[in-house]
Design a protein around this ligand. Structure first.
Ligand SMILES: Cc1ncc(COP(=O)(O)O)c(C=O)c1O
Length: 373
């Protein structure tokens, strides 16, 4: 097929289960187009069942979820919050919303996630100025060293928040990420494993804390018949309509994960002998995106050629936060790994709906680019 005739192959487009229209019609008929309704509570309870966790509060985005968690914890102006350096800005922006100072911790090479050694070093050297929380990102669906980091946080008495925006469906020893820390949050943004077009959720252990998130997310209205406010609130609650979409998307979630794993393994099988380095496969990882480090070639050169000559969307790995103009003035504890991963890393098309024939085409094209054909 001529290159121009092919449809664009996207990085991670939304994928519909086939039940979306039916459920959305059901919500429309019910006229519960609000931030309350049966579909919203059902979406939350299905997520809680999936995670085998007591409470889930659905909100408008992963960013809103983290903003609510930090606000609930009373993190404020001048406090420090430790966060993974190699991440998307959504893990950091809410730290600035509350006026706190992000401290970026570099990656370990094995998982690309926060290096536990650097974290412990930072804590031990700052005993008089420990952070209010750690935001630990499980990037691209690969688990950070959660058990080690949990024990470090426990030792120093620091709250652990797991950013599972990219890691819905990944587990460690049979336990889902997001349930290890003091709090976990998810994103249902359009490119995620399941989407509500925009959305997020907080995983919460105690009922009183879940109620507090509900209160903060709905403008902090006191429980009286008239509008009475004693705290600043947020308008962050997920709508019942979007929760309906979430319910339809949740159907067959394990098949989605299997598909992502299959995509990862196929890339690994084909591209490993062409200088692509993949982390070892684990059946517990959701592989939200298939990523690899490449020898010799600049990932930006490959992604630009894929885009401009072949209508294929791929991306360099996320640019570390300490290199972002907006965050570079904040403290960081570095070992050079996140910069190295950024300079060599590539994210390959990984949509749940990616056809095997399209994936083989992506691989063929990459081989051509690499051999300068
Ligand atoms: C690692 C990470 N954290 C946080 C977010 C923010 O989530 P949302 O887009 O739902 O606000 C995202 C992405 O979307 C992300 O990839």
């Amino acid at each position: 097929m001529g290159e121009k005739l092919r449809n664009r192959i996207y990085l991670s487009p939304p994928f519909q289960s086939g039940r979306e229209q039916e459920v959305l019609n059901e919500v429309l008929k019910s006229n519960w187009l609000t931030s309350a309704g049966r579909h919203l509570s059902q979406f939350e309870s299905e997520l809680a069942t999936l995670f085998n966790f007591p409470h889930v509060v659905a909100v408008q985005s992963g960013t809103a979820a983290l903003h609510l968690i930090l606000s609930h914890l009373g993190v404020t102006y001048g406090d420090k919050v430790v966060v993974s350096d190699l991440t998307f800005a959504g893990s950091v922006n809410p730290i600035r919303y509350v006026g706190a100072i992000p401290v970026f911790i570099d990656s370990e090479i094995e998982t690309w996630n926060m290096c536990p050694l650097l974290l412990e070093k930072y804590f031990s050297e700052n005993l008089d100025d420990l952070p209010k929380a750690v935001v630990l990102v499980h990037l691209f669906g690969v688990p950070a060293k959660i058990k080690k980091i949990k024990s470090i946080c426990k030792k120093y008495g620091v709250i652990l928040i797991e950013d599972c925006a990219e890691a819905l469906g990944t587990s460690v020893d049979g336990q889902y990420l997001g349930t290890f820390g003091d709090f976990g949050f998810l994103s249902f943004n359009g490119n995620k494993l399941i989407t509500t077009s925009g959305g997020g959720a907080i995983l919460v252990k105690e009922k009183e804390v879940a109620d507090r998130f509900l209160y903060l997310a709905t403008q902090a209205k006191s429980d009286v018949p008239y509008y009475h406010h004693e705290e600043v609130g947020f308008n962050y609650r997920m709508s019942n309509l979007l929760a309906g979409l979430g319910l339809a998307q949740l159907q067959g979630i394990s098949k989605r994960i299997l598909k992502k794993q299959e995509i990862y393994q196929r890339y690994k099988e084909i591209l490993s002998e062409y200088g692509f380095h993949f982390i070892p496969f684990s059946s517990e990882n959701c592989y939200w995106l298939s990523t690899a480090l490449i020898d010799d070639l600049d990932p930006l050169e490959i992604t630009t050629r894929l885009d401009q000559s072949y209508n294929i969307e791929a991306r360099p790995v996320w640019k570390p936060m300490h290199l972002q103009p907006v965050f570079e003035k904040f403290p960081s504890v570095l070992n050079g790994n996140s910069k190295e991963i950024f300079s060599k890393g590539i994210c390959l098309p990984s949509g749940v709906g990616l056809l095997a024939s399209d994936q083989l085409h992506v691989c063929e094209v990459i081989k051509k680019i690499i051999s300068h054909e």
